[in-house]
Design a protein around this ligand. Structure first.
Ligand code: FES
Length: 189
């Protein structure tokens, strides 16, 4: 019986090659093929892994530029104008569209300026008071001038200006969120 098994093992092999040497050669070739398969598999899976993880690795709060309106619309501005803009936010694979209220106004040199309506004190929406010609926050009474400068109240700074650009006669802005309760404007997202 032992002789029969040994005969089958060596079938097709060089009769002069000792059995242990043949076995180790087979295991070496098997390991080599296995390693090659693992290497090729890893190589092929890199693009797939990057594709799957891309939304997780990128910034999840990326905000795209939003249109405020035609530039001509604001040429004869005397009081701040309330505009509702649409914000497109990419969060992983999801695209979220939300609305924000901003004011288009002018600075002391007559240049257009866009203010967020979020109060820099504790985040209430600040309305424009046409009669008093100033912004008055309904929550704790912070008062701001038409250009957003702080006049009085608990807010430690004026209303926050947003980054704007003009393209093809269109006023665009990049909406951002700012830290509250601090004296200087600080972007948080
Ligand atoms: S939130 Fe505006 S004054 Fe407090």
């Amino acid at each position: 019986m032992a002789e029969y098994t040994a005969g089958r093992k060596d079938a097709g092999a060089d009769a002069s090659t000792p059995a242990p040497l043949l076995e180790s050669r087979r295991s070496f070739l098997g390991a080599l093929v296995g390693l090659g398969a693992v290497f090729v598999g890893a190589l092929l899976s890199v693009p797939l892994i990057r594709f799957a993880l891309f939304p997780l690795l990128r910034r999840t709060t990326e905000l795209k530029s939003s249109s405020v309106g035609e530039l001509d619309e604001f040429s004869s501005l005397t009081d701040p104008v309330l505009k509702t803009i649409q914000i497109e936010q990419v969060d992983g694979w999801r695209k979220i569209i939300s609305e924000k209220a901003v004011y288009v106004t002018k600075d002391s040199q007559g240049n257009l300026r866009v203010l967020t309506s979020v109060c820099p004190h504790l985040g209430c929406t600040v309305p424009w008071n046409k009669d008093r010609r100033q912004f008055t926050c309904p929550c704790h009474g912070a008062v701001f001038a038409a250009d957003g400068a702080r006049i009085s109240g608990p807010s430690r700074r004026g209303m926050d200006t947003l980054e704007t650009s003009v393209e093809d006669g269109q006023l665009n802005l990049r909406f951002q969120y700012f830290r509250q309760l601090v004296p200087d404007k600080e972007v948080i997202g």
